[in-house]
Design a protein around this ligand. Structure first.
Ligand SMILES: Cc1cc2nc3c(=O)[nH]c(=O)nc-3n(C[C@H](O)[C@H](O)[C@H](O)COP(=O)(O)O)c2cc1C
Ligand code: SF4
Ligand code: SF4
Length: 286
């Protein structure tokens, strides 16, 4: 089979999983190409038997650039697709939302893989509770998922429709309400201003190239970050090697304390069910 994996990744968790899945797919004699979401030409997608789409979770759902990517896809009736996701403590409605949007384009989601992953957000402590993930076990699981996905596609094509997963939206939890509340308009109001300090900026382009929506231009004078286009991934400020993107996280830090307790609760529940292995002493974080 001919597979393409498309992924969005800023701190490399999703990228690492993409390559493990690719290894598994190749193991069984299939072809598998990998593309970053920003670089892929959507016109070529019709040439593949299966499309894999990988993303982090942002705000308990898929990031806005991934939402836009799916919206811009052409109709590809009955094309098989699989999803994968890396996330901190809560994947939220990521797969439900993506599968619904893909269904509208005619695609059939035939499988999903997700894993806990390290998380780095400026107004939370470092390291976070999911540090150390994906671990070796999760990498092996991703590889195994890749090894099996073409076989699953084949079996569905031969009529085993019961293999097609079903997704349910969750709306009656604190995080689901929080996800609904955090529209781009709200994020624009609560996210602190980013200013590029032109004395410090080396025009290295790291921020510009890591911005998933092209909201940064450091090749103009003065360099600019447009809050209008921003999807609040906060990667530019995190990745600038010389701290030239200046901001103040104090207000965000106030709200973060309450969420930390909730994340710990979620992870403790997952641990009890054997779904999560902590590598960090929670007490040292909070
Ligand atoms: C802006 C932002 C929002 C995030 N929101 C969530 C979230 O709602 N739930 C979650 O489990 N992890 C969340 N995370 C953590 C990321 O999903 C996780 O670190 C992911 O592995 C990052 O993928 P990458 O390394 O491929 O960029 C968030 C991270 C960022 C930067
Ligand atoms: S990453 Fe920092 S130094 Fe590099 S262009 Fe952006 S602001 Fe300037
Ligand atoms: S936070 Fe920075 S990198 Fe992220 S979308 Fe906004 S401008 Fe782009």
């Amino acid at each position: 089979m001919n597979v393409i994996i498309i992924y969005f990744s800023q701190t490399k968790n999703t990228e690492k999983i993409a390559y493990k899945i690719q290894n598994g797919i190749l193991e069984n004699g299939n072809h598998c190409r990998i593309e970053k979401i920003k670089d892929v030409d959507i016109e070529i997608l019709k040439n593949f038997d299966i499309i894999g789409l990988g993303t982090p979770t942002f705000f308990y759902r898929e990031p806005r650039n991934v939402e836009i990517f799916i919206k811009e896809l052409p109709i590809m009736k009955d094309k098989h697709c699989f999803l994968f996701c890396t996330h901190g403590s809560l994947i939220g409605n990521t797969f439900f939302r993506m599968s619904e949007a893909l269904k509208n384009k005619g695609l059939v989601v035939i499988g999903t893989f997700d894993t806990y992953a390290s998380s780095s957000i400026q107004f939370y402590p470092t390291p976070m509770h999911t540090e150390g993930h994906p671990d070796e076990i999760e990498f092996k699981q991703a590889y195994q998922f890749g090894k099996e996905i073409c076989g699953i596609s084949e079996r569905i094509r031969q009529g085993e429709l019961n293999l097609i997963p079903e997704f349910e939206i969750i709306s009656d939890t604190w995080w689901a309400r929080e996800s609904e509340r955090l529209t781009l308009e709200v994020l624009r109001k609560i996210s602190p201003e980013f200013k590029i300090n032109t004395d410090k900026c080396k025009r290295c382009l790291i921020c510009q190239e890591s911005c998933p929506v092209g909201a940064i231009d450091v090749e103009v004078e003065p360099p600019e970050i447009q809050k209008e286009g921003c999807i609040f991934c906060w990667a530019c400020e995190k990745l600038c090697p010389v701290g030239a993107i200046e901001t103040n996280w104090d207000l965000m830090k106030n709200g973060a304390a309450k969420n930390l307790l909730r994340y710990i609760e979620v992870l403790k529940n997952a641990e009890e069910k054997g779904k999560f292995r902590p590598y960090i002493d929670y007490k040292k974080i909070y």
